[in-house]
Design a protein around this ligand. Sequence first.
Ligand SMILES: *[C@@H]1O[C@H](CO)[C@@H](O)[C@H](O)[C@H]1NC(C)=O
Ligand SMILES: *[C@@H]1O[C@H](CO)[C@@H](O)[C@H](O)[C@H]1NC(C)=O
Length: 277
Amino acid sequence: MSDFLNKSQCCVFVLLLHVCHAVDNEKRPNFLLMMVDDMGIGDLGCYGNTTLRTLNIDRLAQEGVRLTQHIAAAPLCTPSRAAFQTGRYPIRSGMAGFGPVGVYIISAASGGLPSEEVTFAKVAKQQGYQTALIGKWHLGLNCERSDDYCHHPSAHGFDYFYGITMTHLRDCRHGHGSVFYNALAHLPLKTMGVGVATMALLHAMGVVTLQRRLVLSLVASVGVGAVIFGLFVVSFPVFNCILMRNREVVEQPYVSENLTQRMTDEAVQFLAKCVEL
Ligand SMILES: *[C@@H]1O[C@H](CO)[C@@H](O)[C@H](O)[C@H]1NC(C)=O
Ligand SMILES: *[C@@H]1O[C@H](CO)[C@@H](O)[C@H](O)[C@H]1NC(C)=O
C-alpha cells in the first residue's frame, strides 16, 4: 500500500522553512530550508540533467555548495519530515510508520509530532529568530478536539504557517482521479472472479447447493462496502484538503491551481520582511 501511495503522489511538494533574524545589533544569518518530495537527484541540472532546465537551483548550487552524499531518514513524507524538523530518527518521536500506509492520510488522525520534541524552529526562536513554515506540514494537527492544534506548526516553534496540513493527494485535485482507486488494483479480483464463477458453475451442475440467503448477504456486503468506499473518495477533499494560514482555514477544499505559486509568493513576502529587519 505504501508503495502504491508513493507512486501515485505525482506532485512535487515543497516545504519551506524560513527563519529570519529579528532586530538585533549583531548580524546573524537568515536561514531558508527547502524540502522537496519525490525529487530524484537526476532531475536537476546541477546534478547532470540536460533535459530539464532548473536554472535557479543550478545557480544556488554554483554560488554555494553542491553536496554529493545524501542519506534520508525515511522514504516517506511523515517520518522524513519528523527527522528533518528534529534531527532525530523518526522512530524516536513515534513518527516511523509501520502500518501499511506509513503516513497520515486523513486530517482527523489524532497522532502527530509530539509537542515536546525540540525542532529546529524552536531552537531558532530561542535565539531571537522569527520562523515560518510554508508548504506542506504532514505531521499531524490535533489531539483531543478539532481545534486544540497540539501538533500544528505553531506548537513546534513556528511564528507563521501557510500551507496544507496533509499531503497533496491526487484526490485533492478535481478531475485528477483518486489514489484510493489504486488500492482496488491490489485486490485479487481475477482470483475472486474465478472463485465466484466456479461456485456458480458447481451450483448449476448440482454439485454444491448455495443457500440463497448466503449469496444475498454476500452481495449486500459487497454493495455496502462499495458505497462506503465511494462516499469516502467523494468526501475526501472536503475533509482533508485544507489550506491554512496560521490556525485559520483559508480554503477547504483548496484549489490546486496556482497553489505552488501562491506558496512561493508567501515565502518571498516573508523573506522580504526578513531583509527589511
Ligand atoms: C532529467 O529528468 C527527467 C525527470 O526525472 C528524466 O525524465 C530525464 O531522463 C532526465 N534527463 C537526463 C539527461 O538525465
Ligand atoms: C492561475 O494563474 C493564471 C495565470 O496567472 C490565471 O489566469 C488563473 O486565473 C489563476 N487561477 C487561479 C485559480 O487563481
